[in-house]
Design a binder for this molecule. Structure first.
Ligand code: AMP
Length: 608
């Protein structure tokens, strides 16, 4: 049976799950961890590292180690978010050909979907190692608040990684799927998701009939654990500057160490009430003296430094409930998602706002991937009769005369959806209309985001207001938008699928897919060779150990000397093959080594 994996592609950590025998499970990576850091690095030798090994070397290779690429995906280079990241990230972000941010690592420039694809490819391999079969399909999650461009770019990342992303689902929706799976309940729940980079809150209705309906969703794609870390960093840096008159942020290595220390301190303060940040030799003074940073941080101080961040999440919860037309009492359970919900102050704020203790039964780091896997299984297996009703997080519409925004699909409408509206021409003899497709909540078009534009030409010449054009918006189950405009008289039609405005061209995508495929092939081949090498090494070690004894027994005869010479040749040949990377030949040589080992054991066994 075809396996569909569920991937939670997180800002800081990613997780992969699959449904096996009707039960969703998280797959551990080779190190035994159930989550993998969403980090990619290129070493000096040009080798690609993903996950824990990338994280471990981040301090010494900060400029070539990418983290939090999710914050850049699908965004424009000149957006505030990207500009902010340029100021803070230790790696270089440069402008790409489509006003998209790109990342420069050791002189090579990568698109953001390409970086995300490296993480997806790693998750794919983790699943393949576990399942022992190739995996081609995946359901990938994104924050509910991701706009169309960000969703498209995530799909592109999947394609580059060689995965057919059969569905993109919202993270809180996935969490509610995992929460409701097999429970047979009717319940209205809130999913509070505070991860490394984003915050999401969704109000969901779960029915025992297997319907999962998002009633309302909101969030902030720029509010997460990293902002908490940043507060600690700023606090440490300011203090250090007061004492030593040195701005640590100017030093990339120091900044990376500060980042790690801040995050570590934050996590520790979830279980202890004070911790020491200790960074010896953080920088040298003007007089070339080594300076150290040592400071005590208490849980209370951390809560003070980040109070407004926690408060902002509560305000968003309030707004979302309002929008759903619900009161706090209507919420029957609260599910916490994301690593940041381990912070006691966050849990208290949620409990106090909803006036109930959050549900403890689901693991905040794994629940999203599990939900994605459940959705994946449901999509290929008719036995799971589960319906997922997602909503569109933004209002969609077009720009009309006067620079106003005319809504076609309101925020929080259930998708898939299709809506039409009739517009008329505004000038006499107008033969073309330009349709500007936008999303956002403002009445003024220029305050909303432009998703795409197209022109419907060849309209009948007539007085102003006489030609009717029907504009239809459609959002499919992935949340991807397409728009058609039709001249009602002539039936002439134009349409676009709104692709990410910072999107990659087909040619670029093709090239990136080829690169990723080549990488996967090389990587698998390297692994195979490494495995064979280890096997050969073990056999050689055993043979070497037996040599002296065997020589003792057989050296007296020509036949024996000949056998020993042959054995030496077998070992030497295997050693050559191990170095030259010829895996197939090495495999054959392993058989020869095994025969030699058996023969040696036999000889030694006889004298024993
Ligand atoms: P996620 O994106 O869900 O993987 O969440 C990652 C974020 O959770 C990062 O900012 C982590 O620093 C944070 N995090 C992980 N564990 C803890 C913890 N025990 N206490 C506070 N924050 C944590």
């Amino acid at each position: 049976m075809e396996k569909v994996i569920g991937i939670d592609l997180g800002t800081f950590n990613s997780c992969v799950a699959v449904v096996e025998g009707g039960t969703p499970i998280v797959i551990a990576n080779r190190g035994g961890y159930k989550t993998t850091p969403s980090m990619v690095a290129i070493t000096e030798a040009g080798k690609r590292l993903v996950g824990h090994i990338a994280k471990r070397q981040a301090v010494t290779n900060a400029e070539n180690t990418v983290y939090a690429a999710k914050r850049l995906i699908g965004r424009k280079f000149d957006s505030a978010q990207v500009q902010n990241a340029i100021g803070n990230a230790p790696y270089r972000i440069v402008e790409g050909p489509h006003n998209d941010p790109r990342i420069q690592l050791r002189g090579k420039v990568y698109s953001v979907p390409e970086i995300s694809a490296m993480i997806l490819q790693e998750m794919k391999m983790i699943a393949e190692d576990y399942l022992g079969q190739e995996v081609m399909k995946a359901v990938v999650t994104v924050p509910a608040y991701f706009n169309d461009g960000q969703r498209q770019a995530t799909k592109d990342a999947g394609a580059i990684a060689g995965l057919d992303v059969i569905r993109i689902i919202n993270e809180p929706t996935a969490a509610s799927l995992a929460y409701g799976f097999g429970k047979n309940i009717d319940r209205t729940i809130a999913v509070y998701d505070l991860g490394g980079g984003t915050f999401d809150i969704s109000i969901m209705e779960i029915s025992s009939a297997g319907v999962f309906k998002v009633i309302s969703t909101a969030g902030d794609t720029f509010l997460g654990g990293e902002d908490f870390d940043q507060r600690i960093i700023d606090w440490l840096v300011q203090d250090f500057q007061r004492e030593n008159d040195i701005d640590l942020r100017q030093d990339r290595m120091a900044l990376q160490r500060l980042k790690d220390a801040a995050e570590k301190a934050k996590c520790e303060l979830s279980s202890v009430v004070e911790t020491e940040v200790n960074l010896p030799f953080i920088i040298s003074s003007a007089r070339n003296e080594a300076l150290h940073l040592q400071k005590l941080l208490t849980r209370g101080q951390l809560e003070e430094l980040t109070a407004d961040l926690v408060e902002r999440t509560v305000q968003i919860c309030e707004m979302t409930l309002d929008e759903a037309g619900l009161d706090k009492e209507d919420i029957e359970d609260v599910v916490l998602v994301g690593g940041m919900t381990r912070m006691p102050r966050v849990q208290q704020a949620v409990a106090s706002f909803f006036e109930r203790e959050p549900c403890k039964g689901v693991h905040p780091d794994e629940v999203v991937a599990l939900g994605a896997a459940i959705q994946g299984a449901a999509l290929v297996d008719d036995e799971h009769d589960m319906v997922l009703l997602d909503v569109t997080p933004h209002t969609l519409g077009i720009m009309v005369v006067g620079g106003y925004f005319e809504e076609l699909i309101p925020q929080n409408s259930t998708v898939p959806i299709s809506r039409s509206k009739i517009f008329t021409t505004v000038r006499e003899n107008q033969t073309a209309v330009k349709i500007l497709v936008m999303q956002g909540e403002s009445r003024r078009a220029d305050e909303n985001e432009l998703l795409g534009e197209f022109i419907l030409t060849g309209l009948r010449r007539a007085a102003a207001g006489q030609v009717e054009i029907e504009v239809t918006f459609e959002i499919n189950a992935d949340g991807i938008v397409s728009v058609h405009a039709k001249d009602l008289e002539t039936g002439k039609e134009q349409s676009i699928t709104v692709t990410s405005t910072s999107g990659l061209t087909d040619q670029e995508l093709d090239d990136m897919m080829t690169d990723a495929r080549d990488y996967a092939v090389t990587m698998r081949a390297d692994e195979e060779h490494e495995k064979a090498k280890q096997e050969a090494q073990t056999l050689i070690a055993e043979i070497e150990k037996l040599f002296p004894k065997v020589e003792e027994v057989v050296a007296g005869s020509d036949f024996g000397r000949d056998a020993i010479e042959k054995a030496r040749a077998v070992v030497e040949r295997a050693q050559q093959l191990m170095e030259s990377g010829q895996t197939d030949a090495l495999r054959e040589q392993i058989d020869a080594l095994a025969r030699t080992q058996r023969m040696f054991k036999g000889v030694v066994g006889k004298i024993a």
